[in-house]
Design a protein around this ligand. Sequence first.
Ligand SMILES: C[S@@+](CC[C@H](N)C(=O)[O-])C[C@H]1O[C@@H](n2cnc3c(N)ncnc32)[C@H](O)[C@@H]1O
Length: 220
Amino acid sequence: MAMSDSNWDEQSRTAWERYGTEGYPVQFDEDTLSGKLQKKELLWILSQIPQKRFKILDAGCGPGRYSLELTKRKNEVVGLDFAQPMLKQIRNKTKECAVLQGDIQYLPFTDERFDIVIMVNVLQHLKTPQMRFLAVKEAFRVSKEYVFVDVKNKLNPILSRRYKNVKDEFIRTAYSHSEIKQAIKKCNGRIVGSKGIGFPIKGIAPFIVIKASKSPRGDS
Ligand SMILES: C[S@@+](CC[C@H](N)C(=O)[O-])C[C@H]1O[C@@H](n2cnc3c(N)ncnc32)[C@H](O)[C@@H]1O
């Protein structure tokens, strides 16, 4: 198991390693609002991926909510995370999904190695816009067709207040839809679909999921 170059925050990685060891759940906790919203994000993304055998990178895969579901659907999936215990959870459940320790800002893959890259529920754990840009850029570099990313929307008052008041060692930063749209544009990507999750007006929904294409057609 090779490790990529990294620029990760060691305090954050240590916290995730501990959380992974304690058994970060694969199932969403649908008794909580964030669990319900995360499940909706997953369902929307799955609805955007046709039943075909794609090569998919799940970047910041955690215990494999996306990786396991996409593997079940016969895709060829690689789960990447900087916390080894997260990867172990996937390994304990299936041998069909490859896993690799690495940093989403320095993906250890050649250009266009995957058809699709999913980078969801992870950008909020990077501290700065530069780090988020680097991660988005890497997602586009290693993808041939589509990139899925999400926005933990700082224009949603409840989400931005919640993230500001977090006192634990996990980094959580709310950021804007326009920041991610600009990052996609700089990577020559085109937004071909997006959905606000948790509120009917997309601009102020707590989560926004984006499907972006590398092809020149689309509705940027
Ligand atoms: C909230 S979990 C989300 C997991 C998964 N994407 C999902 O939606 O269920 C965030 C994951 O990102 C990982 N992570 C955070 N920063 C990372 C980085 N710089 N590189 C790789 N993984 C990272 C953590 O270890 C954790 O497993």
